[in-house]
Design a binder for this molecule. Sequence first.
Ligand code: C2E
Ligand code: MG
Ligand code: MG
Ligand code: MG
Length: 283
Amino acid sequence: RAKSAGGNRAELADPEADARAITRHGLTTALPSALERGEFFIEYQPLVHLGDGTVSGAEALVRWLHPQHGVLGPDRFIPLAEHTGLIVPLGRWVLEESIRQARAWREKTAGPLRINVNLSPCQLTHPGLVQDTVDILERAGVTPDALCLEVTESALIGADDGLLKPLRRLAEMGVDIALDDFGTGYSNLANLRRLPVSVLKLDRSFTQGMQQYPADPVDLKIVEGIVSLAHSLDLAVTVEGVETSAQADQLRLLGCDTAQGWYYARPGPPEHLHTLALADATG
Ligand code: C2E
Ligand code: MG
Ligand code: MG
Ligand code: MG
């Protein structure tokens, strides 16, 4: 085995690293047939208005029911799918399936529920994105305002006009664009004006800073500043990872608009959202 550079200590073979590499390789090669065989499924996590606790929509989170390994979370396979390009057909499937759900919810609840769908950077650069989205919405008979696409802040850092153009077209059609994991990407705040986004999704790390009551004063100041900047630019603020009532209370006081997290509901099957939204509708 390789010796570490400069030293003469032989590096030990790492059987766990080997097993991980094999699994990664195995998972990567299994991805295309998994899509064909329908092994992916989507869980939906409600988003609620912080003001009155009613459901405003849900985020679609993809999972893989692997025949040997059981349910795998997106962190296990999305990077692999991005690497091989399978993310494009997989992402299209997630979009189609989620929008079908959004239609069902809107029919059942007669409310303006929205579905949030995550987009990978590779999907942004794929030339079919706008047309695919238009087609999927039309086939489902759903208006663009039912859809919010989430793009991470890091995917848009330094984005040139070529990358922003498809997002601008979608935004002009009425699709909302959210900047996901906001606050982790060192983006220039002035840059926000250039981006066709209408929602900032504050990263979970900020929510974690609100676990104590009262929260750390520096954390409070930072979130307060982001919220006021966002609102002055006409952006709504969503917070993710809300796990306790103390977090919910403080984030509401700071003026955040919507929230998502285990305190309200874990990601779950679509029927779950029907129940929550119907409960709102019937008071
Ligand atoms: P994300 O978009 O930031 O999604 C939020 C993540 O936080 C989800 O993890 C969700 O289950 C988790 N979460 C929600 N509430 C709480 C909470 O109160 N506490 C904690 N600790 N966690 C909470 P998940 O489902 O494992 O997804 C991880 C990431 O995978 C997502 O982060 C997103 O970037 C990516 N992802 C998921 N589905 C898709 C997809 O269809 N396409 C693409 N490209 N990426 C996806
Ligand atoms: Mg997201
Ligand atoms: Mg997020
Ligand atoms: Mg996140």
